[in-house]
Design a protein around this ligand. Structure first.
Ligand code: NAP
Ligand code: F7E
Length: 323
């Protein structure tokens, strides 16, 4: 019989790539969606007929319990979150409710309903924040720098605590930044590739950005969802850093993205706007994925250049189709 997986956050970037991946593996996939006046299933366009949707919200304990009861999955991938770091200063309470307490609510539902369900928590490199050690590994102390990072740290520790308290198969993947053609438009990578596409098509002249000296360890989301699955197929529940081990600046990203459309003087098209600076910045993030490599046989497959090319090309296509 095929395995059953419940994905929270299925409408998002990772949720949709994970659904693609699990369907190809023969899973029965359930996707939790929350009520909205206009549900956006764009990322699931090609696979939505193969997914069974259930209604639930990370801020509502009973709805989560019902999702478990109605689906009785073998595995839960908890990807739902208020995931935009910049927004977390505007809505710190909502961010904490969804991104921190939401994890507790799912773990409580697992404990009550079926403690055999395997649980994956989407932890984040933002927990390392002002990096105490570079590159960061599973043993590096945390120093979050945003309400989002603090919320993710709660989700991370409560996952470990429920594993140790109740013997749940509960694991975290501490994922460094990863991107794809489906990345939300407010994140810097997609904001750049969409901006480059518009400049290339003559629709815009500039892109306005904040701190372009920030450095990130950027991987490709389809490579990273494979790691999520591998973490739950392991014989023991534990946590893994998933990263590429290389960091680049936003400036490096800009240079590569503009080169895709043949523009070499990228700085002529970039404006710096203070409104995109954050109250506290994470200057650099870089991860050491050697534990995942050794124990899961996981490694990143897609280079930064390949990924940026895919993203710019996809944005040009999307924009052209609407002209
Ligand atoms: P994303 O595209 O922003 O997707 C977030 C998902 O969460 C969406 O499906 C959203 O649904 C859902 N959601 C938000 N609030 C909810 C609520 N109250 N109840 C139920 N669902 C809710 O994020 P992503 O980039 O795919 O990231 C997936 C997960 O990994 C997130 O937890 C993120 O924090 C974490 N993470 C991401 C990265 C990265 O670089 N991408 C790195 C480390 C960790 P709607 O469509 O209804 O808004
Ligand atoms: O910012 C700088 C910004 O918003 C990256 C989420 O998936 O990864 C993501 O969080 C850097 C920051 O991602 C703009 O200040 C400059 O230093 O693309 P971002 P993030 O904050 O790293 C982690 C791992 C997650 O877990 C999160 O869910 O780029 N930057 N100018 C800008 N950033 C944005 N968004 N917009 C700008 O105009």
């Amino acid at each position: 019989m095929s395995k059953k997986a419940l994905i929270t956050g299925i409408t998002g970037m990772d949720g949709s790539h994970l659904a693609d991946f699990l369907l190809k593996k023969g899973y029965k996939v359930y996707g939790m969606i929350r009520r909205s006046s206009n549900i956006n299933l764009d990322n699931l366009e090609n696979i939505k007929e193969n997914i069974t949707f259930v209604n639930g919200d990370m801020t509502d304990q009973n709805s989560l319990f019902r999702c478990l009861k109605d689906t009785n999955p073998d595995e839960i991938y908890n990807l739902a979150s208020q995931s935009f770091v910049g927004e977390s200063w505007n809505t710190p309470e909502q961010t904490s409710n969804v991104t921190a307490l939401g994890v507790l609510r799912i773990l409580e539902s697992i404990r009550e309903f079926n403690p055999k369900i395997k649980f994956y928590q989407a932890s984040s490199s933002e927990m390392f924040g002002r990096m105490v050690e570079n590159p960061a590994n599973e043993k590096t102390p945390f120093y979050p720098r945003s309400p989002y990072g603090v919320s993710k740290l709660y989700g991370h520790w409560i996952t470990i605590n429920y594993r140790e308290s109740y013997n749940l198969f509960a694991c975290s993947g501490i994922l460094f930044n990863h991107e794809s053609e489906r990345r939300g438009i407010e994140f810097v990578t997609r904001k750049i590739t969409d901006g480059v596409a518009r400049i290339h098509l003559g629709l815009n002249k500039n892109i306005s950005l904040g701190n372009i000296d920030a450095r990130r360890d950027w991987g490709y989301a389809p490579d990273y969802v494979e790691a999520m699955w591998k973490i739950l197929q392991n014989d023991k529940p534990t946590d893994y850093v998933i990263a590429t081990g290389k960091d680049y600046s936003v400036k490096d990203f800009l240079k590569i993205a503009f080169e895709v459309v043949g523009i070499s003087d990228w700085n002529k098209h970039v404006l710096i706007d203070q409104k995109f600076y954050r109250p506290a910045e994470v200057d650099v993030l870089r991860g050491d994925y050697s534990k995942a490599n050794k124990e899961l046989g996981w490694e990143p497959k897609t280079s930064l250049e390949e990924m940026i090319k895919k993203m710019v090309k996809s944005d040009i296509k999307k924009i052209k189709s609407k002209l």
